[in-house]
Ligand binder design. Structure first.
Ligand SMILES: [Zn+2]
Length: 326
């Protein structure tokens, strides 16, 4: 399912995280004392709706300074149990996240959903009860195949803050459908496009939608495992939901569809840029050197994610254009 057939796990991890000079970074990372947000009090946790909370990661690249805390997560607390959406990027962050949840709800954690395979969302799994971890089938397979390579690469980029972290692949397959829990009607939605399997969670009772990385807001989207056609279809499906609050995979909370629209515009712009470049006969170095339009000038990580997306997407688009297929 994962579109990395024929590549080694290490190559896949590097493809995800960008063309970093890993050997150099490893030395730098290990020599720095990371400023780990080691306690729940240091995490940015916001109440989205009654009983519903989000952990807001920093809109930055992975670094020793942010300890890998760059992705959002969330939980829904009901009297009958807590549903957790994503576990952050390390054992330490997962433990701090779990402590923050326990401080806000005495109810047991009954479900922990991993929205997708990427390590900034799932390497905190080991801080949670293994029996309640669940995700979609293709995500389980990918975590099994490449999860430890992701973990190794995060250790290189983040350093000591990753200490003791290892991958815990959920034993349970998440079922798409409605979960009735403690008076909340929670819809588990199986989508795809940012990766081979993207899980979204929509609490119909409170109107809170957790999108995973199908939606980025005020931060450039990442595309290491993207299928642009399916991603657009999934964005349309999310836009059709009657949500009142949105927790995107990265970036601030929203109460409208601007994150969906921004993600869509970014994907459309990327594809149009690459198609035009291929038609003009540009090679990858030429495409890397193209200036970004004004629309994206102020967007955090726009340049670095654009450059990564050239590597992720341009070869296939170039083949498609040169082959004459639509
Ligand atoms: Zn992701």
């Amino acid at each position: 399912m994962l579109k990395i057939a024929g590549r080694s796990a290490c190559q896949a991890a590097v493809r995800l995280l960008g063309a970093c000079a890993c050997g150099v970074l490893a030395g730098v990372a290990l020599s720095l004392a990371a400023t780990v947000p080691a306690t729940a009090a240091e995490l940015d946790i916001r109440e989205v709706a009654p009983g519903t909370w989000a952990l807001i990661g920093q809109t930055e690249d992975l670094s020793p300074q942010n300890a890998g805390n760059i992705a959002n997560a969330g939980f829904i607390a009901t009297p009958e149990g807590v549903v957790v959406i994503d576990t952050s990027a390390s054992k330490a962050l997962g433990e701090a996240w779990r402590a923050a949840i326990a401080a806000r709800s005495p109810a047991p954690i009954v479900h922990v959903f991993n929205t997708h395979l990427h390590p900034d969302h799932m390497l905190g799994n080991q801080a949670f009860p293994a029996e309640v971890l669940a995700t979609l089938p293709a995500t389980r397979q990918a975590m099994h195949d490449v999860g430890e390579a992701f973990n190794d690469n995060l250790y290189r980029m983040v350093g000591a803050a990753m200490k003791g972290t290892h991958v815990v692949v959920p034993a349970t397959v998440a079922q798409a459908g409605v979960l009735e829990l403690g008076g909340n009607r929670i819809r588990v939605i199986a989508l795809q496009g940012h990766s081979a399997a993207d899980l979204a969670v929509f609490d119909e009772t409170t109107g809170v939608l957790f999108t995973g990385d199908l939606v980025f807001w005020q931060r450039a989207p990442t595309t290491p495992h993207a299928d642009l056609v399916r991603w657009r279809e999934s964005l349309a499906a999310l836009a059709a939901l009657l949500f009142r609050h949105m927790v995107p995979g990265h970036g601030p909370l929203l109460e409208d569809r601007r994150g969906i629209d921004m993600t869509r515009r970014w994907l459309d712009w990327l594809e149009a840029t690459f198609v035009r470049a291929a038609e003009a006969g540009l090679d990858m170095n030429d495409v890397l050197a193209l200036p970004l339009p004004d629309e994206w000038a102020g967007l955090p990580l726009a340049v670095s994610e654009y450059r990564r997306s050239v590597a992720h997407l341009y070869p296939a688009i170039e083949r498609r254009v040169l082959g004459g297929t639509p």
